[in-house]
Design a protein around this ligand. Structure first.
Ligand SMILES: [Zn+2]
Length: 323
């Protein structure tokens, strides 16, 4: 009898070990599957692919991306060339290679696997419809975010350093200027003063006849441009560190949601939070920014609805005409 009980206990332990092993193999192969799907559906294998998240493909070649930069920054991009089997662009005398979206300076091509690609993504006019995900896709999103936390994107800052002539906090301070935007004091890159003035002019003009827009302007508590910092939970510099991003902060948030990373803490399916529960400036306000080369973070899957940043290359890649 005692022998039988011992055998039974050993059997239970063996069964438990077997189940544990197969479940861990299962979850790691699940992650491999996610990575495979993300990589195979993307034109550039190391980019943060968004076609799965937006349920739409957005594939641009190295040539299209390099030409979008030339059109976006005509006075900064000095030359474009097909060099050593890859598209490249020259800024301030340095060649940057497309390198599957990584945009690496020629001197860093040997370390290419250390770097993540820049995201080049679909950006629609108006509010894009929120995607509806299947249960399996929701699991893939969770795995993608877990992977992101474990292995945050690390982009080579060289190309934006060259475009904005900023390499550290000291040079950033030399490039930014104190301004008033919609009556609030902030700091912005000196080379964006005209663009931001044009945005402001358009907003003020429209507000004369648009009462919703007028009320929104009155509800702004603060505008936050330059700050020396990285993107939350990543190793990459934020656009705020270049003085090319501006946050519009309202006096009252009224429980509206602004940022995916905070929403994730208490909403399991934070990406399904309807627009009515998110803080959203009037479309006329957003469009004034867009016409002058700024994109609004509220259209990102990883949304940040108070955030605007100057990225004309994204709008050009999406076929927008800019003023
Ligand atoms: Zn921001």
């Amino acid at each position: 009898m005692k022998n039988w009980i011992q055998t039974f206990i050993l059997f239970l332990i063996a069964a438990a070990v077997f189940i544990f092993n197969s479940s861990t193999t299962c979850s790691s192969s699940m992650l491999a599957l996610v990575t495979d799907q993300i990589q195979s559906s993307s034109y550039s294998p190391y980019s943060e692919d968004d076609s799965f998240l937006y349920k739409k493909n957005f594939r641009k070649s190295g040539k299209q991306i390099v030409y979008a930069f030339k059109k976006a920054y005509p006075h900064k991009v000095e030359q474009i060339e097909f060099r050593n089997n890859d598209w490249a662009l020259k800024i301030s005398g340095t060649w940057f290679h497309y390198c599957e979206g990584r945009l690496l300076p020629e001197g860093s091509l040997n370390q290419k696997y250390e770097y993540t690609a820049y995201p080049f993504y679909r950006y629609e006019k108006g509010l894009p419809p929120l995607p509806v995900f299947t249960e399996q896709e929701k699991k893939l999103i969770e795995a993608k975010i877990a992977e992101r936390e474990f292995n945050p994107p690390h982009r080579h800052p060289g190309i934006y350093n060259a475009l904005w002539r900023i390499s550290d906090e000291a040079t950033a301070w030399e490039r930014v200027k104190n301004i008033y935007f919609l009556g609030k004091k902030t700091q912005i890159h000196r080379e964006l003063l005209e663009e931001l003035a044009a945005v402001e002019e358009e907003i003020m003009e429209k507000a004369k006849t648009d009462s919703e827009l007028k009320a929104f302007i009155a509800s702004i508590a603060d505008t936050a441009g330059y700050t020396w910092r990285k993107i939350a939970d990543t190793n990459s510099l934020s656009c705020h560190a270049y003085g090319i991003a501006i946050d519009i902060i309202p006096k009252r948030m009224s429980k509206l949601i602004t940022y995916w990373l905070w929403a994730k803490e208490y909403h399991k399916e934070w990406y399904s939070i309807p627009y009515k529960d998110r803080f959203i400036p009037p479309l006329t306000f957003i469009e004034a920014f867009e016409r002058h080369g700024f994109i609004w973070g509220g259209k990102w899957f990883y949304f940040d609805t108070i955030h605007f940043e100057y990225k004309p290359e994204i709008l050009i890649l999406n076929g927008w005409d800019l003023d």
